[in-house]
Ligand binder design. Sequence first.
Ligand code: GDP
Ligand code: IMO
Ligand code: MG
Length: 423
Amino acid sequence: MPNTVLIGAQWGDEGKGKIIDVLTDEADIVVRMQGGNNAGHTVLVGKKKYVLHLIPSGILRPRKKCIIGNGVVMDPVHLVEELDGLAKLNINVKGRLFISENAHLVLPYHRALDELREVSKGKGKIGTTKRGIGPTYEDKVSRVGIRLGDLLDNDRFSSLLRKRIQSNNRILRENGAKSISYKKVLEDYLIAGERLRDFVANTFIMLHEAMTQKKRLLFEGAQGTFLDLDHGTYPYVTSSSTTSGGACTGAGIPPNRIDRVVGVMKAYTTRVGGGPFPTEDEEMGSMFHEMGREFGATTGRARRCGWLDMVMIRHACMVNGFDDISVTILDGLDNMETIKVCVAYRLNGKTIHHLPSSAIDLESCEPVYETFKGWQCSTEKCKSWSSLPLRARQYVKAISTMAGTKISSVSVGPDRNQTIRLM
Ligand code: GDP
Ligand code: IMO
Ligand code: MG
């Protein structure tokens, strides 16, 4: 497998964790390059379910190396908890996990500010994961962030932290929120820093050496195309570059060393949090929620659900340059009598075939649907393309035609083995 970037084609939770796990079999190193523990990537191996937030999903395959790149924002206390969780499940990460010293730290004041801003927005809130992601990236852009490398130097960290806590406590107090204890944060973070010391590395050099040795790199995108800070449904987005270009800056890889970009899309659409969602269908949401499906892997919130939106998928193909697409949760549509697919929008009396630039216009878009007959039988046990029901194959073929992109796999269940590889 050449150097591959895997990106969510919708609003996150497309099943990236599962597909990364499948592709890791053919990779040497798996790299996270953006986002933080707002991500929740689920991998089911046999009866065991793993949910990874910061650690790349490749860690579940023995002997594979994993890297948390410079573009990730990380809470070291959370990361230690995630490592402890893996240790309890007998996953040994020693000598396999490396974290960039340039990754920015999420601190308790970032979480407090995230909460405060959401409350102050009232009804117009973004619906963030409240993991402090936005405020951490703001500090990075404002050039006042604290990085993992700083945490490993006690004196430097104490002095940087003191200044940042002073100025953030002022904002918190002014807004009626509780201030943060410098002493407590210092203590917790220094303990976590010691636990992480052996994992900290110059991951940029590691990746370039690996490329010289022709190792196969797999980049694990977090969130999805329409949560991208530039290309998403702004302001209802996350604060990082979730599209394929983010792999270059978030890991230090030049664009010409990326050989393949894979998009992952659900056979329908979901979104967590606020913002426009033209094909949202509350009935579909209720049906999935009653089945115990479509609850967020990070916050447990019920995901909003709707029909597949091919206007968005086509846009995602353009912005990411998908070479091929992995279609997931096809089995989610098994019971549907008819399946709707949005092929265009009606906006201000006109039919448009592209995504409007503004979220306000997208809010006013009415979907134009094409209807497909459902296959109404279980696909969960299908192991090959030919074993899929004819109507399911027609549906997947239609997605490929409308996207103008090959389909590399179809997923019919959460387990590794429920994956039909077409490439
Ligand atoms: P990610 O954030 O993109 O990694 O996706 P999440 O893990 O947040 O959400 C995807 C959910 O769908 C998880 O519960 C997966 O176990 C599950 N999943 C992935 N692929 C399939 C599939 O093909 N069928 C079914 N039924 N579930 C799937
Ligand atoms: P994975 O990697 C789905 C959403 C939040 C909110 C917006 C901003 O599991 O696909 P943030 O906390 O990032 O500032 O929230 O982005 N969001 C996700 N939605 N999957 C994710 O990650 C998400 N990460 C953030 O719900 O709408
Ligand atoms: Mg998720």
